[in-house]
Design a protein around this ligand. Structure first.
Ligand code: FE
Length: 200
């Protein structure tokens, strides 16, 4: 990038590696209740975001939406259904390593989207997988009317719902998608655009 020196480039690469490491390590981890790995789920979610023409911040949010499940093996669990408050852990991890607050917010909101859709469309709840219904209870159940009204006023409301739809599609054992490293340049570019970069 114009104006960047060698130190900044090294800082970018180091942050990219720190951010990608949990996904890289999730190649053999099951995606809860589904016949694919956590890494495949992340890549497929990013794939659908990209196919829809989403901007890079959104594509990266899709890639990292479940990273909070992958950060700490000893984190409190939802009875075998993944890490408790993984959406907030994911947001904090991304922001700590230089990603934008919008990306963090999109990641944190993907659970709220499920709670919203269960409130707004009772049939949506009926279609949820057993694992998804199980986690919904841990996550506070369907939204109240008040919560839903606040959620609808989020400037990224539609993007958050779209992310949820990609999340749900990203469970195909046969879909061929890009490798994780294909996202490294996009991530590097995102980090370099943030105010205050480099962060370490
Ligand atoms: Fe997911």
């Amino acid at each position: 990038m114009l104006g960047m020196n060698t130190t900044d480039t090294a800082a970018t690469q180091s942050s990219v590696e720190v951010l990608l490491a949990p996904l890289r390590a999730s190649v053999d981890m099951d995606y809860i209740g589904e016949p694919i790995s956590q890494l495949e789920h992340a890549l497929q979610c990013a794939h659908w975001a990209e196919k829809t023409g989403a901007d890079e911040e959104v594509i990266l949010a899709a890639l990292f939406h479940d990273v909070g499940h992958l950060l700490d093996e000893s984190a409190p669990q939802m009875d075998g259904l993944g890490v408790m408050e993984h959406e907030t852990l994911g947001k904090v991890f991304l922001e700590t390593h230089g990603c934008s607050s919008r990306m963090g917010r999109l990641v944190e909101s993907h659970v709220q989207a499920k709670r919203y859709l269960c409130y707004r469309h009772p049939r949506y709840y009926a279609r949820l997988s057993d694992a998804s219904r199980g986690t919904l209870e841990w996550q506070g159940g369907p939204m109240s009317t008040e919560e839903a009204t606040t959620f609808e006023s989020d400037p990224d409301f539609k993007v958050i719902l779209a992310l949820r739809s990609w999340d749900e599609r990203a469970k195909d054992p046969d879909l061929q998608v890009k490798q994780l490293d294909a996202y490294a340049p996009m991530l590097a570019n995102h980090l370099e655009q943030q105010e205050g970069f480099p962060t370490c």
